[in-house]
Design a binder for this molecule. Sequence first.
Ligand code: CDP
Length: 238
Amino acid sequence: MPLSKQRALAEEMVVRDAKEKGPVIAVDGPAASGKGTIARALAKYFGLPHMDTGLLYRAVALNLWRWGGDPSSEFEALRACDQLGFDPADKELRSEPVSKIASMISAYPSVRSALLERQQDFADQPGGAVLDGRDIGTVIAPEADVKLFVTATPEVRAERRLRELVERGMSAHYEDVLADIRARDARDSGRAVAPLKPASDALMLDTSAINAEEAVVEAIRLVEQRLAIVGGLNPYLR
Ligand code: CDP
């Protein structure tokens, strides 16, 4: 076969591969911004698997907490990453002490790298995937087809978190929840490794003045628009 024909065939295969690979959608944002709700809805809408990466950090935190380990020791936090099995429905994962420890241990570079491969493997599935977290668009899947960065004011996020806590039968005060949200924002944004910040090509979605349903509709619109722009090559709009 002549070289030019071989080259044309190879190019066609590359194009076909690109067409057959599903989209990777990265959803990042601060605590209680609505990113989890949006990511789950996008996964359902586009028929993609979804990973809530915050659960991985929560699972490490829960391990550490159950052993009585010290969250201010990076070494102990890293040990808590070993054989990380967990039940996503475990209520303790979302408890306040575990949330606090998760926020602390997620600043450790060794903990982040211990969890990296699991997240990247999930993102690399041939059918595509939706992942939500803090550093999906910047570190885990910098080549993601669509990156959303979901925000809301700290006051709105504190109200949402308070409502969630009350619905789960816990008592909490607005001022305390707001202070906690601000402290977590500072820790998430201020850490040296993988700080919370939008990727340069992220689409911003501010949910301060809209409800969850409106946020989902807007997220779907943004993703469809971006996928259409990404290409005539786009397999999802064929
Ligand atoms: O939404 P919320 O902040 O309550 O929690 P989450 O998304 O379940 O994340 C739990 C903790 O893990 C947070 O304090 C984040 O700082 C951290 N995290 C992270 O550092 N990187 C991620 N990709 C996901 C979560």
